[in-house]
Design a protein around this ligand. Structure first.
Ligand code: AMP
Ligand code: MG
Length: 486
């Protein structure tokens, strides 16, 4: 492991920065007054070879807001476009995120480090380039919660806040969240050069992505077709994981879809509390375009946008054939998730029926998604599962079928319970938990962020000290409204 270093002396490499000038603008962060540290992810810091102990970093908050930069840093904001709520938008880009470093982690993999909320860029359009403390805390906590759940995601290294006012629905204060990922390239990065008619540059970004992230595609008859197929597979697998854990992204625009199949751009996301297939987590989503049960097909829509953008590089029929593969990859990945959640060793076609019958019962009662699955891990010893259903006799009938199904596999109940607890998390980032951490932070107490993060990074472990985080949401949680405002 390399010697731990400070942010000031971060070892830099240029990888995204080797792309032609058309891919980005050189733009420094805009200074923020009187920054202070709000959160520091010492686990991720250690993975980056950074000193884990925040107190040993000099001027850490100044680095995290971009007032100071690592020696040799050439900050940049990248250009992309995308389909927002299904509508093509010709020019987007990092309107408030600035890439300040590309650095090897302790495993030798290069990671991009971005400051989100670091001030305006040429892609800010009419917006202020800032992010508020509230949304920065949500992004920070959810990135690490998803990582803890084993779901591919961008990471978050820290948050720094400032008293500088930022106007949203009300006056709030500014913050910057430090994001980390192998790359932040999105579907929209490809769409941009396609719609600009700059097909040479489209090829450049495709070659760059293949070289660094999909090297196996180089050997395919058509590397770009292989790339599309790989991204389709990763996206289908990602969304299967979202569905299984009850995660709703909230703004699945094609510019928020990672080319690596990572969960990207945390805004008005939410986890299911009581099960409702049509749950809409984003208050700004009037039509429910991004409702929970729409996510798999929206994934396909976004992949169609990507495929369209790749057409100059591959045969149309091949692109269509690749897209036709999405549904079965998704179903395969999702059934694998549900198999594990149900504690089954094998998956049979009839298990779909068992699962969908359960969903109907849950829908009718708005049974809590996370708590029910966790309770099901103790199926053999629990008498209370039926209490969470409106039609308890119907649940008993379902339980008999489930019991019979389990009996076919002859797996010792204790062994099944252990396996199920590794598939059914006890803790998720419910809106009200984030809200409690936000309210405390707005009052100057950051300890709740740290405590909640510690719990969420090990969501499958039974941790009695965190029992309250696994409780049903309080009544005030239903009043919380999360929108695109961030
Ligand atoms: P989103 O859908 O929230 O990921 O954002 C859509 C686009 O708006 C992206 O290009 C963002 O960079 C940009 N954007 C969002 N909020 C701001 C802001 N406060 N200032 C500048 N650009 C922003
Ligand atoms: Mg975005």
């Amino acid at each position: 492991m390399p010697h731990p270093h400070s942010i000031a002396h971060l070892p830099l490499q240029t990888r995204f920065g080797t792309l032609p000038d058309r891919f980005f603008s050189n733009v420094p962060p805009t200074p923020l007054a009187a920054p202070h540290l709000v959160a520091w992810n010492s686990e991720l810091a250690a993975e980056l070879g950074l000193m884990a102990d925040a107190s040993r970093h000099q001027h850490l908050a100044d680095y995290l807001v971009g007032n100071l930069l690592p020696a040799g840093s050439k900050p940049i904001a990248s250009v992309y476009c995308g389909h927002q709520f299904g509508v093509y938008v010709p020019q987007l880009g990092d309107g408030r995120a600035i890439l300040i470093a590309e650095t090897p982690d302790v495993h030798g993999a290069v990671q991009e480090i971005q400051l989100k909320g670091a001030g305006p860029t040429p892609y800010s359009r009419r917006a202020d380039g800032r992010a508020v403390l509230r949304s920065s805390i949500r992004e920070y906590l959810c990135s690490e919660a998803m990582h803890g759940l084993g779901i591919p995601t961008t990471r978050a290294l820290g948050i720094a806040g400032s008293p500088q006012p930022v106007w949203r629905e009300t006056m709030e204060t500014a913050a910057v969240v430090t994001r980390v990922a192998p790359t932040f390239v999105r579907f929209g990065s490809f769409e941009y050069f396609f719609y600009q008619g700059e097909h040479e540059l489209l090829k450049t970004v495709a070659d760059w992505v293949i070289e660094h992230f999909y090297p196996a595609c180089r050997d395919a008859a058509n590397p770009y077709q292989a790339l599309l197929e790989s991204v389709i597979a990763r996206t289908a697998q990602l969304i299967a994981q979202w569905q299984a854990v009850g995660f709703c992204h909230g703004v699945m625009n094609s510019d928020n879809m990672s080319i690596l199949g990572l969960t990207l751009d945390y805004g008005p996301f939410g986890f299911l509390d009581g099960f409702d297939a049509g749950h809409i987590c984003n208050h700004s989503d009037d039509t429910g375009r991004y409702a929970y049960n729409q996510q798999p097909q929206i994934g396909l829509f976004n992949l169609q946008c990507l495929a369209q953008a790749l057409l100059p590089l591959l045969e149309r029929d091949a692109a269509i054939a690749a897209l036709h593969g999405y549904q079965s990859i998704f179903e395969q990945a999702f059934s694998e998730q549900i198999r594990r959640k149900m504690g089954l060793i094998t998956w049979q076609e009839a298990d779909w029926t068992l699962f969908t019958e359960l969903l109907e019962l849950m829908q009718a009662a708005r049974t809590d998604w996370t708590r029910f699955w966790r309770a099901l891990c103790d199926f053999d010893t629990s008498d209370h599962l039926r209490d969470d259903f409106l039609d308890r006799d119907a649940f008993d009938r379902w339980a008999d079928l489930y019991h019979a199904r389990l009996a076919q596999e002859n797996r010792p109940p204790e062994e099944r319970g252990v396996a199920m607890k590794a598939a059914n998390p006890k803790y998720i980032l419910r809106n009200h938990l984030a809200e409690n951490a936000i309210r405390a932070a707005q009052a100057g107490d950051f300890s709740e962020i740290e405590r909640l993060q510690r719990c969420l990074m090990r969501p499958f472990d039974d941790a009695p000290e965190f029992d309250a985080y696994a409780a049903l949401p309080p009544s005030w949680a239903s009043e919380l409204s999360v929108s695109c405002s961030s």
